[in-house]
Design a protein around this ligand. Sequence first.
Ligand SMILES: Cc1cc2nc3c(=O)[nH]c(=O)nc-3n(C[C@H](O)[C@H](O)[C@H](O)COP(=O)(O)OP(=O)(O)OC[C@H]3O[C@@H](n4cnc5c(N)ncnc54)[C@H](O)[C@@H]3O)c2cc1C
Ligand code: SF4
Length: 351
Amino acid sequence: MTSKPVLIVGGGPAGLAAAHALATIGQTSVLVEKEDRLGGAPILSGYAKLVPSGEWAKDAIGGMVERVESNGLVTVKTGTTVSEFSGEPGNFSAKLSDGKSVDAAATVLCTGFTHFDSVNKPEWGFGTFPDVVTTTQVEQMISSGAGVRCPSDGRKPKRVAILLCVGSRDRQIGREWCSKICCTVSANLAMEIREEIEDCHVYIYYMDIRTFGLYETSYYWRSQEEFKVKYIKARIAEVTSDGEKLIVKGEDTLVKRPITIPFDMVVHAIGMDPNVDNMLLSTIFDVELEPHGYIDKKAAYGTLGATSRPGVFVAGSATSPETIDDSIAQGNAAAMSAYAMLQGAGKVAAE
Ligand SMILES: Cc1cc2nc3c(=O)[nH]c(=O)nc-3n(C[C@H](O)[C@H](O)[C@H](O)COP(=O)(O)OP(=O)(O)OC[C@H]3O[C@@H](n4cnc5c(N)ncnc54)[C@H](O)[C@@H]3O)c2cc1C
Ligand code: SF4
């Protein structure tokens, strides 16, 4: 154990996991979060029931927040960012936006991602038609208890289209990556909508379905067989309105025919962009970004969480689109790498 704390930047699932892991082995940390509360995207964006546990985000991630906030070995600083950072492994100094300084032995960047802003896909109607919404908005409708309703007039939708890959796998707008979790999240939301509004027809428009690993059974097949969610393999051209209904126009790429279907609500399954702060974080912490703009991991199989700068580690969706469980695993791993480095467990850890 070192008397200096580990500085953790970002209080989402990855940062919370890192702080907790360090505390369990007696290591102090300072957790700096720019928003006014901890929890990251699942709490700040009001997610509903999580994939794959089915637990409400406020309980599952809220529990992680409580565990960290009540731990005497973790100093939490919300509404705070790091403005300057200097030093060497074992002996870093960070200047914070509140004017205070923190001496830290190592740092773990857990600064996460930014939700894709659907206004960057104007032809799909977001920002033009109030009943075109995003998956995060539907999550909020469910988690707030309000239920899934059309924002224009509060009615229960009878027909909902979920459009996958909005802001992902789209070279035209410079987002080539797959956001990994949105197929599964969308199948989950489709089932939740069907559960709440039994006579609502839910269609998922897809390029490919990537309910990866074991999720194929519990989300892809279950949504179709048990919840009668319909899947359409299509290329979407545009979302318009006839004054009464939203109209989704595109091409059914299985039968190679144009399709035009009316809906009450259209949901964009938005992707995970690199954190908008990454350029700034890269400059302040002197760490390299990978070509898409996420924080680069130095090695896939070496010291977990190492960045291009010795003593500065990274975890979670700061590194690429990641799920919550993988972000938590990476937070734990980066904490262990930082701790091993501080123990002098091989200079390798710092390299
Ligand atoms: C619509 C949607 C639904 C999803 N649902 C699920 C699901 O059901 N299950 C699942 O496994 N995954 C889900 N995900 C993915 C999930 O959001 C991420 O896996 C998870 O949030 C990653 O955690 P993180 O801690 O790495 O990052 P984040 O949750 O993004 O947390 C990062 C934290 O760092 C803070 N921060 C950012 N920049 C700075 C800075 N410069 N200084 C200080 N603090 C900073 C942020 O405010 C935030 O609190 C979903 C994603 C989307 C888009
Ligand atoms: S997970 Fe599915 S919806 Fe998300 S980007 Fe990948 S293929 Fe598209």
